[in-house]
Design a protein around this ligand. Structure first.
Ligand SMILES: Nc1ncnc2c1ncn2[C@@H]1O[C@H](COP(=O)(O)OP(=O)(O)OP(=O)(O)O)[C@@H](O)[C@H]1O
Ligand SMILES: [Mg+2]
Length: 300
């Protein structure tokens, strides 16, 4: 409320005075309204901030709970895999000894079934080892044992090892080495060997005829290992998904080849620990695929 007294001069209020006063009072009322609004906004933002803080706290608690559950899952997988490894090693040992005749001569008809037991046992050992590796990586407990390595030599040794499997399937297999001199780089040899062997194994498994070509190349900053086949190939969706773990594409299903869909997932994790990369390219189904491994020459 605004109260007006008489003018000091004693003159009555003129029309102009009144217009001025009306203007003044409407400005004052706007300012008052603004002040009120401002205080409401202030209140609102204070409450909003309180709500956001509260929700952030709840989110953090939920995240922490999930993280603990995730760790418990990885710990469980790790423990279960360790427990499985011992009896699997024992089965392999005993069956091998039976096959070698340690417990007396074995009837010929028993050879094949027992060899099949060994093959299944090896598959189980591979799955258990993959699971152990995954749980270690997820728990942040995977440590690399890096050594200065001539990668080309390592690829060559994997190639020599897997050659027989390709030849058994009547696939042509070749290794093309780099024209340039390859510097040695720091890698965990066992893990890189596992990555390359897995890629060659896939190329052989998912190709029914044609060839598997392995190549080592060098750029200024990276070493590339390529594994190219003329097999089943990959569609766009598979190219992205097959590195996701427990995922098998149509090749896995069509070829009636058993597999857990873990090989590429483990490979991707191993390579990222080396600051490296892995990816796949394919012209499409039935047109073969090329898998690329990229390792930095420095800083690996
Ligand atoms: N060279 C390839 N050609 C076509 N498809 C492939 C090739 N390599 C991988 N794939 C597809 O990617 C999927 C995932 O491969 P990955 O090696 O991770 O698992 P897997 O071979 O199924 O089983 P394992 O865990 O025994 O390796 C395969 O099931 C297959 O469908
Ligand atoms: Mg595989």
């Amino acid at each position: 409320m605004i109260v007006l007294g008489n003018k000091l001069s004693g003159d009555p209020y003129s029309k102009q005075d009144i217009e001025l006063l009306v203007n003044l009072s409407s400005q004052a009322s706007i300012s008052l309204q603004n002040a009120k609004l401002y205080s409401q906004v202030d209140d609102l933002s204070y409450h909003l901030q309180e709500k956001v803080d509260e929700q952030m706290k709840e989110l953090k608690e939920a995240y922490e709970e999930l993280r603990q559950l995730d760790n418990a899952k990885s710990e469980f997988i790790s423990m279960a895999s360790h427990q499985l490894r011992t009896p699997l090693t024992a089965i392999k040992g005993y069956v091998s000894m039976v096959l070698e005749g340690t417990y007396g001569e074995l009837p010929r008809r028993m050879h094949k079934p027992l060899k099949n037991v060994l093959i299944s046992n090896d598959r189980l050992v591979k799955i258990v080892n993959d699971l152990l590796n995954i749980s270690k990586i997820e728990l942040g407990k995977m440590e690399l044992e890096k050594e200065l390595t001539q990668v080309e030599e390592l690829v060559k040794s994997c190639y020599e090892e897997m050659k027989i499997a390709a030849e058994k399937k009547n696939l042509k297999i070749s290794l093309k080495t780099s024209k340039d001199f390859l510097p040695k780089i720091e890698v965990d040899q066992l893990k890189l060997r596992q990555v390359i062997s897995n890629l060659i194994d896939n190329a052989i498994r998912y190709t029914s005829q044609g060839s598997v070509e392995i190549e080592v190349r060098k750029t200024d900053s990276h070493i590339h290992i390529l594994v190219k086949d003329t097999g089943e190939g990959l569609n766009e969706k598979e190219k992205k998904e097959i590195f996701g773990g427990f995922i098998r594409g149509t090749a896995g299903v069509n070829f009636f080849v058993e597999g857990a869909g873990l090989g590429l997932y483990v490979a991707k994790k191993f390579l990222s620990l080396h600051n490296g990369k892995i990816w796949a390219e394919s012209e499409g189904k039935g047109k073969g695929s090329t898998f690329y491994v990229e390792l930095p020459i420095t800083n690996s």
